[in-house]
Every structure is written in C-alpha cells, then in structure tokens.
Write a protein that binds this ligand. Structure first.
Ligand SMILES: [Zn+2]
Length: 585
C-alpha cells in the first residue's frame, strides 16, 4: 500500500514535469504542484462524495448534500414536514429550503438537531421562518452551543478558519474541500450569517414520539459529541446517525480544539445503531446508503476502526509508550486501512492516538525532561549556539548542566539519547539534570518523580510492571464485569489480525455470562450469551482471573474440572489459543 502510494506520487510528479530531488515530500514544489500530488489526488477523488445534490432517499425522505459543510434532511409527515439538521448559515439554509419547496407543499413544523455543532444548528431560523416550531435536541445541546459560541469562540473560530480552509481558494492556495463538505460557510471572508434557535423539546436518553403524524425515535448516542443523538423512522427504517458516521475516518479528535471525545461510547453507539436494522442510512455529512447488509458492514467497520485505535493506543500506553511512540505503534490493519469509510479525508489515526493518550493521562508525556521544559527563547538560543559552534548535542547538554541550566540540559540529553551515540554519558547527564531539578522542586510530586526517574536512568531501580499481590487481590475482589471490560485493551492485535472467533464465558460463582468476540484485531465484550459461539467456557471468576494473570496453569485446572467446556464447544488447545491473545507478552 505504502509503496503503491509512492509509485503513484512519482508517476504523477513525472507527468506534471516535476523534478524529484530524492527527498520526497520535502522537495520544494513549483507553483501549482501541491494540487497534483498524490494526497491532493486522493482528496480530489473524495470531492465527488461531497458534490451538491438533493437525493430522494425514500418517498418521504430527502437529503441536501454539498450546499454547505453539513447536510440537511427533509422528512415529510402526514400533516407537515420536519428537518433534521440545518447547516451552518442562514444563506445556505435558504438555498436548501428553495430545493425542499420543490419537493413538498407541506409546511415545515419541526427541526431536530443531531448535536450542537455550528454546521447543524446555525441555519435553523430559515426553516422556522419566524414561526414558533418544535426544536428537538438532547438536553445538553443548548449548553454546548453556549460553550462554543460564548466561552471559547475567539480561539475556536480562528482555528476553525484554518482547519476548514475558509481563507483559501481553489487556486494556488491549494484548497480542495473541507472533508465533510465542499467548505464551511460560516467563517472567513465569504462566511454567512447565523440563525440559531435554541431547542424547545429536549430529552435525556430516549424519546419515542410522533412528529407531523410520523413515528420518530430520538436516541441519545454519544460519540462525535457527548450530546449526539440518532433519529430513526421505524416505519421506513430510515436511520439518521448525525455525525457518528460519515464517509471518512472519524474525527476522534478535532484540531480546531475539543474536549476529549469518549470514543468507547462512540463505538458502542455504532453497535446500538447496527441493532435497529436500518434499511437506509442518511448521515449529516456525505451521501446516504441503503440496504441492510451494506449498512451493517459500514457500521461494523467504523466501530472496529474506532475500537482498534482506542484499544491499541491504551495497550501501547500501558507498555509505557509516549505519544510520539504511539503514533508509530498504532497502525490500522489492512482490512480497515483500505475501507472506503476509514480513509483519512477528515480525522486521522495519529491525532486520535495522541488524543486518547491525552484523554486518559493528560498533557504530561511521562518524561521528567518534559515536566518543566526550557522556555522557547532558551531552547532557540541553545539550538542556534549548537549550529554556530558546530558542537554536539551531548557536549551542549554537558555545558548546560555545568551552567546550572538543568531544564535545558535534560532536554538536550534526551535529544542526544534519541540521536544515538554515547548512550552511557547521555543517560548520566540526563540523570544529573533531572536530580538537580528534583532537588529544586517544592512540589513533592515533581521532586519524587524526577529523583526516581534519575535513579532509573542510573540503573539503581526498576519499577515493577507486573501486578503485585495487592493489585491482584484488588482485581479478584472487584466485579468480574470490570475485569472482562479490560480485555480489549490487552488484546495482542498483531496476533489477532486474522482471528474471527466467539467465546462464551459462564462464571458459576457469580452467575455472569459474557461473550468475547475477536474480530480481526479487535475484541468486543458483551454481558450476554454468545450467538453461535466457537468456544464455551464454564469456570469461576477467580480461576479465570488467575489464569490471565499467569498465576495458574490451564491444563491442571481443566484436569481437575475447575474449567469445563459444556456441549463440547472447546478443548485445551482452543482455550489456550484464545487466552494467549490476551496475555501480556
Ligand atoms: Zn458536522
């Protein structure tokens, strides 16, 4: 795949008459060249997905795509019609309303917001047209709109303008599209005006109601935002998932800035949507799809993509990887990487891995050198000096340490370690720098952290990674459901990439039953019996925990009847192979 891309890039560059200096992307492009690179071609191909169109999905449901960043969906009822999502400006909504007027004579008597984002709520006034109509949303949506509009608007709009390219054009500026739509129509020089209306009909978890004489299910489905809902029309089996799925890799983190998005819930919401058995899927970005089988496949791949990135990031994190290491470690397996709905035309795997790290552990990457790093001016001055005097990183670190510039010394020694070379000297320098910073720290947290890491660098201590007796006792005392929920982040994905297997676990001491499904690199645990299991295991929760923690061996447990395979679904080999996938290697 990677090689194919390089070949394609070279072919395109050759066709464009570009000279390649052998340094790939670092070559200075001629004017206009960025528009004919391999990434540009890929993104241009994606523009077709975003083309302006009004698609009749069923007799009563139509979706306007490509007018703005967001779609707007028209649903006709008995006596009136309603709109799901309103796009990001009054001007865009006006153009869509003109199209909807061609499709129906029914008045629009309600609006549903799938979530709080600008590209879904800012066009509302146009559809309401001055009338007091019902506006449905999750009960937290109004507060989220307030946060974006009033609390962090200055920085959010600046970064949104960059991210959506509202100051670019399709000429030499290199603009192609905005991933989820042809462009964002609310910031930048050509941005439209805001016509937001606050929700009037809100709910917490689920609302089964009638709108315009039609049965409508509104279900809270946290994902891309915490307030996300899906809309389901049970009579025609039309599912409107909001932004929990679109044809691009999910924006598990957005670079315009966002609070942590709980992506485990996002995957669970996709599972819940799969269970409704939709015949039509009409997202709020990109084009609708139909057919239960295809919808099922797309929702499954999307959930698996999210789970893979989450679980493997946490697994790497637990091994001690920092964000820089994680972006190298977490790579989608080929069947997900090549899936049409997981192309990085919006979110990316790398930003997601960083965000997951940050969501669990916050900004500190775990290296004491990054705790109180040198200021930007001090760092820049040091780099300039190294270049000017043609010294080495390690000598510069020694100089900084001798000058009592400990933060700088720690950072330069870290760089020297990363660059290879005299590792012993670099470790010693870093240890001394961290110790010195530790002794200066009035915070015991910082002091202890730095002094301990210095001892680790000197080889004086090694912090035990395996669980000790106390944590094992804690694990054994907690509900088995907690332990089962931790299995996915312990899955050895490399070993499980070709595995598709379903195991049912019955715990005779607690009465709990779980299904653990392994699906090509991801594990899904559900607290229910398995549908057509490959393996059924009956044991006690304590035996199972001890087995996975390596405190007990399977063969004697099976021989003594502590582990049974009811119905003959399983044997020691199948059980061993299954268990091995979750063992720390
Ligand atoms: Zn959106």
């Amino acid at each position: 795949m990677a090689n194919g891309k390089i070949v394609l890039a070279l072919a395109i560059m050759a066709a464009a008459g570009c000279e390649n200096n052998g340094e790939g992307e670092s070559a200075a492009p001629a004017a206009g060249a960025p528009l004919s690179s391999a990434p540009a071609e890929s993104l241009k191909g994606h523009s077709n997905e975003l083309r302006r169109d009004v698609v009749k999905v069923t007799d009563t449901v139509a979706v306007a795509i490509g007018f703005g960043l967001g779609n707007s969906i028209l649903v006709e009822g008995e006596t009136c019609a309603f709109v799901v999502d309103t796009t990001e400006s009054r001007e865009i909504a006006q153009e869509i309303l003109a199209e909807f007027d061609q499709l129906t004579d029914l008045p629009i008597e309600a609006i549903v917001y799938t979530h709080n984002h600008a590209d879904h709520v800012f066009g509302a006034e146009i559809f309401a047209n001055g009338r007091d109509i019902g506006i449905y949303a999750h009960e937290t949506t109004a507060a989220e709109v307030n946060k974006a509009v009033n609390i962090i608007r200055p920085i959010l709009s600046q970064r949104s303008a960059r991210m959506f390219g509202t100051y670019l054009d399709a000429g030499d500026n290199g603009f192609i599209n905005a991933g989820l739509g042809p462009g964002l129509g609310v910031t930048g020089p050509n941005g439209g005006s805001i016509g937001y209306l606050p929700p009037t009909k809100t709910f917490a978890n689920r609302l089964e109601t009638e709108i315009c004489g039609r049965a409508v299910v509104l279900q809270h489905a946290p994902g891309e935002t915490d307030d996300q809902i899906y809309v389901f029309l049970p009579d025609e089996k039309v599912l409107m998932p909001g932004d929990n799925i679109y044809k691009a890799f999910p924006n598990l983190y957005t670079i315009r800035g966002t609070s942590y998005r709980d992506i485990v819930k996002w995957a669970q919401s996709l599972d819940a949507m799969r269970r409704v058995g939709a015949e039509y899927l009409v997202p709020s970005h990109t084009r609708p799809i139909s057919g239960r089988g295809e919808i099922n496949d797309v929702l499954t791949a999307y959930a698996d993509g999210i789970r893979f990135v989450h679980d493997q990031t946490v697994r790497g994190m637990n091994k001690g990887m920092d964000p820089g290491a994680l972006v190298e470690f977490v790579q989608l397996p080929p069947h997900l990487k090549d899936h049409p709905y997981l192309q990085e035309h919006y979110g990316t795997v790398r930003w997601s891995a960083r965000s997951i790290y940050d969501g669990y552990l916050g900004w500190f990457n775990g290296d004491g050198a990054a705790l109180n790093p040198p200021g930007r001016a001090e760092r820049a001055e040091a780099m300039a000096k190294i270049a000017r005097e043609q010294t080495t990183l390690i000598d510069a670190a020694a100089d900084a340490l001798a000058a009592d510039r400990f933060a700088l010394a720690a950072e330069l020694a870290t760089l020297a370690l990363d660059a290879g070379g005299d590792e012993t000297r670099a470790r010693a320098l870093k240890a001394d720098a961290l110790s010195a910073m530790g002794y200066q720290s009035v915070s015991p947290n910082g002091r202890n952290y730095l002094l301990t890491q210095a001892r680790e660098l000197r080889g004086e201590v090694k912090i035990e990674e395996l669980p000790d007796e106390r944590s094992i006792a804690f694990t054994r005392a907690a509900p088995i459901a907690n332990f089962m929920a931790s299995l996915p982040v312990n899955l050895n994905a490399e070993e499980a990439l070709e595995v598709e297997r379903k195991a049912e676990f019955r715990f005779t001491d607690t009465g709990d039953v779980f299904t653990v499904e392994i699906r090509r690199g991801v594990a899904i645990v559900t607290p229910a019996p398995a549908d057509e299991p490959d393996l059924v295991v009956e044991t006690t929760s304590l035996v199972w925990i001890d087995l996975l923690l390596g405190r007990r061996r399977a063969a004697p447990a099976i021989a003594t009847g502590a582990i049974k395979f009811p119905g003959g679904l399983g044997d020691i080999a199948a059980f061993g192979n299954f268990m091995k996938l979750f063992r720390a290697e």
